[in-house]
Design a protein around this ligand. Structure first.
Ligand code: PA5
Length: 446
């Protein structure tokens, strides 16, 4: 379902990739025998084959109930607790879904709790009264400040508008099975609860209720997503580099980093992939950026960003490589018509499809950037449906885990994220952070 159309040639040679086989096999053993760094966070590896049975059915049932109760679902979460669902909705839905006639719209979904903007939250409160509202609050730790604050505001709104009992029927909590403030709140109020397995970290959790409940509520085909992920799990289970494109991609990244390419630009030519790029950024950034190493993950939408970033990519510092995710068959097609009066001079394209022109723009860009010293990896997915999406999620999770192990880091922790949180708690005056607060205030006044 995913093919590597271009392997960064001529910057990386086939023999260089083949020479990595022993390292890939060693890392594969660490992963599959669960004996490497972060081994207790490998639940995502066989998650696809577990997407059946009672829990999966309960997600579908809750999704049906949300659609029956509400016209607007507010999904509260940050990082791995919202990016996967957002990526899925953007990729699978009509580009102008909210402007379609009402009968063609499914439930509207908006996100909150992924920052602390009062303007955004106050604006959201402005529109809630015009909808029947449900809330899915998602936090594995159950203590993350951004979603917890947004949920406090939304919970208060829901209880004021619907009363405690009905509000509780409209609030769905996805969190840890045993710990966290959100779990306690959910138990006390009687919200329906979904569990994020202990052995699945936030950024690897899209195929748990974290991603599946909002996607299913919005009408996404979660059975097809599960089937695509299962196919990826089966096809990407081998350690043989030749036949595992996820491992080939991880290997190319390692070689490119060794050659001084410290920034990866993850490029798409379909706006529907924009949020997939955001999900990918978190996956790779949090998994690899540690011990003062790792590739900095950036994302761009082409050809749009060729008119903003294109100059830098072509002629700026040579520390970049690009990975393009392209699609073999687009969901919709359009053909360029001939005009009698060729006023815009575009008749030379008449009869050709937009995809053909878009593909040609991509080929031209890859050639130009390669000539400009920017290695290009091109990955092609068959199409942009739910099955392909399930495959993509698993493909990038697997290649990211391999990539982290090849780099020698633990791809499943994120110790660096704690630093800003500790400082923020101290500066906000959270009990328990008094000493740090004194030190930071001193530093600020110097
Ligand atoms: O990958 C991760 O673990 C993080 O990015 C988390 O997803 C993010 O910090 C949100 O955490 P939580 O779900 O505990 O609120």
């Amino acid at each position: 379902m995913i093919r590597i159309l271009r392997s960064a040639e001529p910057f990386v040679k086939e023999e260089e990739v083949a020479r990595q086989q022993p390292f890939v096999s060693a890392a594969h053993t660490l992963l599959h025998e669960k004996c490497g760094a972060g081994y207790d966070f490998l639940g995502w590896l066989d998650l696809p084959e577990r997407l059946i049975g009672d829990e999966f059915a309960r997600i579908q049932a809750a999704a049906g109930r949300i659609r029956w109760q509400a016209t607007l679902l507010v999904v509260v979460g940050i990082g791995g607790s919202y990016l996967g669902a957002k990526a899925a909705l953007r990729m699978l839905e009509h580009s102008f879904r909210d402007l379609l006639p009402v009968q063609k719209q499914s439930l509207k979904v908006v996100f909150a709790g992924h920052h602390m903007s009062s303007t955004y939250l106050a604006d959201l409160l402005d529109i809630l009264d015009d909808h029947e509202v449900a809330v899915n609050v998602i936090s594995k730790s159950g203590t993350t400040t951004e979603p917890a604050l947004a949920f406090r505001v939304l919970r208060e709104y829901m209880e004021r508008r619907y009363g405690k009992v009905e509000a509780a029927r409209r609030i769905y909590a996805t969190t840890d099975a045993a710990h966290g403030a959100l779990l306690e709140l959910a138990k006390e109020a009687g919200y329906e609860r979904f569990v994020i397995p202990d052995d699945v970290g936030g950024r690897y959790s899209v195929l748990t209720p974290v991603g599946l409940l909002p996607i299913a509520a919005a009408g996404g085909d979660t059975a097809a997503i599960a089937s695509g992920a299962r196919r990826a799990q089966a096809e990407l289970a081998t350690d043989d580099l030749q036949s595992n494109p996820a491992y080939q991609y991880a290997t190319l990244r390692k070689i490119l980093l060794q050659k001084g390419k410290r920034i990866e630009l993850f490029v798409n030519y379909e706006p529907g992939f924009h949020d997939f790029g955001e999900w990918w950024k978190q996956l790779y950034g949090e998994s690899e950026g540690k011990d003062h190493t790792g590739i900095f993950p950036a994302a761009a939408d082409f050809s749009t960003d060729l008119h903003s970033l294109g100059q830098y990519v072509q002629e700026g510092a040579r520390t970049l490589f690009a990975t393009t995710l392209c699609v073999h068959s687009t969901r919709r097609s359009l053909t360029i018509a001939r005009e009698d009066h060729d006023g815009d001079g575009l008749n030379y394209l008449a009869g050709r499809s937009f995809q053909d022109v878009n593909d040609t723009a991509q080929a031209a860009t890859v050639l130009a950037h390669t000539e400009g010293g920017v290695p290009n990896v091109v990955l092609e997915v068959e199409n942009m449906d739910a099955e392909a999406l399930g495959y993509l999620f698993y493909f990038f999770e697997k290649s990211c885990a391999m990539s982290g192990y090849l780099l020698g880091v633990n791809p499943f922790d994120q110790p660096g994220v704690e630093s800003y949180k500790k400082n923020m708690f101290a500066l906000l005056g959270k009990p328990g952070y008094e000493e740090l607060r004194a030190r930071l205030t001193q530093t600020q006044s110097n």
